[in-house]
Design a protein around this ligand. Structure first.
Ligand code: TYD
Length: 220
């Protein structure tokens, strides 16, 4: 990362693809190797961000596409300024659960308003994150049906049954489109992206993620 010491690694994919499990496993492994790791996520990693997250995921509010985009970007700006930027300055490895590519996929590529477009998302993302761009991005790829099933099961287990957020209420087709968006990004930027088959058991997925992370880390 130019001018900054640490490494920023983002994890992307549709709901229920298993990002948080993999982030937990990688963090634990890196810490066991003596590295300093910050684990964070979007939306909602800062105090202001947590308020924005509540607003974004509450089906009561129904912002238009541009308002929704700006709220995610506001969350990101605060996140970069208060958490990601400082951690990178300290030379840490930052693992982030969703980042710039989620906005590209959800609000840009698969978004409700075609006029918004991916170009605007790219421009605003650039402005919002500055130098804090990920060196490495894992896309955990699985079919929408499987991801949504897992997400529902997780919500039941955590007692959140019935509080399906706005996104999980959306049609399967939307989530398939989001999946395609991540795959499209990976085709565009093969140097940064690693697509991992997330239909497999967590330990197998982790095996690939660790290998790819270490290969990338070794050349950095
Ligand atoms: P969350 O409960 O964190 O879901 P997950 O475990 O799948 O990450 O909810 C985050 C939701 O916000 C998710 O549906 C994706 C959406 N999102 C966007 O639409 N745009 C964005 O820029 C980000 C960061 C998230």
């Amino acid at each position: 990362m130019s001018g900054v010491g640490g490494r920023l690694v983002s994890f992307e994919g549709i709901e229920g693809c298993g990002k948080s499990t993999q982030i937990g496993m990688l963090a634990e492994y890196l810490i066991s190797q003596g590295l300093t790791v910050t684990v964070t996520r979007e939306p909602g990693a800062t105090r202001l961000g947590l308020e924005l997250r509540k607003l974004l995921l509450d089906p009561v509010h129904d912002p238009d596409a541009l308002t929704e985009l700006l709220l995610y970007l506001a969350d990101r700006r605060e996140h970069v300024r208060r958490i990601i930027g400082p951690a990178l300055q300290r030379g840490e490895i930052v693992l982030v659960d969703r980042y710039i590519d989620s906005t590209w996929a959800y609000q840009g590529y698969a978004g409700r308003d075609p006029e918004l477009g991916t170009g605007l998302v790219e421009e605003l993302n650039r402005r919002v994150v500055g130098e804090c761009r990920p060196q490495l991005t894992f896309v955990l790829d699985c079919p929408a049906r499987l991801g949504l099933e897992r997400a529902r099961r997780r919500n039941r287990e955590t007692g959140e049954a019935g509080i399906a957020d706005r996104f999980e209420q959306r049609r399967m087709a939307f989530h398939e489109r989001v999946r395609q968006a991540f795959l499209e990004l990976a085709r565009r930027e093969p140097g940064r992206f690693r697509v991992v088959d997330a239909e497999r058991p967590a330990t197998e997925i982790f095996h690939d993620i660790r290998r790819e992370f270490l290969a990338d880390y070794a050349v950095s």
